[in-house]
Design a protein around this ligand. Structure first.
Ligand code: FAD
Ligand code: EPU
Length: 338
């Protein structure tokens, strides 16, 4: 176990923000992490767990220790008549894990193809895309308590998953490091083709029998056409959550824009795409020089090169203020602000 000092985090966050960590250490297994957590440096300083850095905005240098999860390994732990129970180390790259499952005919993760980041972060905000969230295939996870080093397993109910939410962002915030996650994947695939343009994309592919690999390809095509590739343009995906608003607020928007998109959540509430609100407020494609709003997806803020996290944060505040004044809707940031 080594602890490095004054490390640049620029290559560790997909926004490509230049910021430093006072201390930095990577761990490859539970024992080395336990040892790390017992060091004085870990006990006396703030800690930041890092996966792929694809859902964070670094607004300043981090005056504590960054703990980089590099626990690898994928294991078929168990199977029954209907399911495979597959465990992946928290440091596995999410998309590589999805491809591994597709390769082995473990069905259920294909709609979540090409999401950046690592397996260990996937339960943090219950990652979701194209009609599937990990809660739909989640079985359990193992975590270590950051304060006293105890190990604990969390089942589905205990994670309290919601839309871009889990217990790890709320009650248990900053208490646990997720070591590995077990997914309950299907032997007989249940295909989810209902979301947005998946059906259309599959039609273009002109297939006889649709497989989980085809769904993955369709999702990859759609995502590549509208989301910026972080290796080319710094970003962290959707910067805001899609707000859930009372029906009256949505009706009022519809009164002024009769084509306003909205998805009923229940009898009284509607989820409105934040991308639509931000676009209508005039921010889509806004270029502020070193940073701005993506021109194909208004929900994505981008670093064209050399922007500071503070500048991007300020842009997000301007957008929140403007959407509030124009639509009476409060946008909430999805990205973790560090
Ligand atoms: P990081 O950014 O490293 O960490 C995120 C948070 O989790 C931080 O608070 C960190 O401290 C904590 N954390 C990380 N690992 C652990 C661990 N092992 N234990 C405890 N805490 C931990 N998200 C979606 O849900 N759906 C999408 O469709 C989607 N599309 C995206 C597209 C692009 C182009 C980008 C850049 C991002 C997208 N995201 C999406 C967001 C992001 O990819 C996910 O949130 C991903 O799960 C973050 O993983 P990470 O390893 O990069 O996490
Ligand atoms: N829209 C616009 N203008 C835009 C962007 C979107 O009008 O610039 C409207 C359109 O009406 C479109 C609707 O928003 O039909 C939905 O757009 P899209 O399908 O691109 O999805 P989204 O709601 O913008 C969400 C997730 C994404 C996820 C996709 C696909 C959130 C905050 N974002 O985006 O997740 O990949 O759906 O399921 O829920 C992420 O979390 O980082 C992320 C990228």
């Amino acid at each position: 176990m080594t602890i490095q000092e004054n490390i640049s985090l620029r290559n560790y966050n997909t926004f490509g923000i230049e910021a430093s960590a006072k201390y930095f250490s990577a761990f490859q297994d539970i024992d080395s992490l336990s040892e790390l957590l017992r060091t004085d440096i870990c006990k006396r300083n703030p800690r930041l767990v890092l996966g792929g850095g694809s859902n964070m905005l670094l607004t300043k240098n981090f005056h504590g220790i960054v703990l980089k999860n590099e626990i690898h390994g994928i294991l078929l732990k168990e199977e029954d008549e209907m399911h495979y129970y597959v465990t992946a180390g928290g440091g596995e790259v999410w998309h590589q894990f999805v491809l591994f499952c597709i390769e082995h005919q473990y069905a259920g993760l294909e709609n979540l193809s090409l999401i950046p980041g690592c397996v260990g972060a996937s339960p943090m905000q219950n990652i979701g895309a194209y009609g599937v969230e990990i809660k739909d295939v989640f079985h359990s996870l193992e975590a270590i308590n950051i304060h006293d080093g105890t190990l604990r397993s969390f089942g589905l109910e205990e994670c309290e998953f919601g839309y871009r939410e889990s217990i790890f962002k709320r009650k248990e915030k900053d208490n646990w490091i997720i070591l590995n996650v077990t997914f309950r994947l299907n032997k007989r695939p249940v295909l989810h083709t209902g979301y947005g343009s998946i059906e259309e994309e599959l039609d273009k592919m002109n297939l006889d029998n649709i497989t989980i690999r085809d769904i993955s390809r369709a999702v990859i095509n759609i995502r590549s056409s509208k989301l910026p590739d972080p290796s080319k343009i710094g970003n962290a995906g959707s910067f805001f959550k899609n707000p859930v608003v009372p029906l009256e607020v949505y009706r009022n928007i519809q009164f002024h824009h009769n084509n306003a998109p909205g998805y009923p959540v229940n009898e009284h509430e509607v989820k409105v795409p934040a991308g639509w609100l931000i676009e209508k407020a005039g921010w889509k494609g806004k270029n502020m020089g070193r940073y701005g709003v993506h021109d194909k997806q208004a929900l994505v803020l981008v670093n064209y090169g050399g922007a500071t996290g503070h500048e991007i944060y300020q842009l997000s505040t301007m957008i929140i203020d403007d959407v509030r004044s124009k639509f009476n809707i409060e946008l909430e940031r999805e990205v973790n602000i560090i």
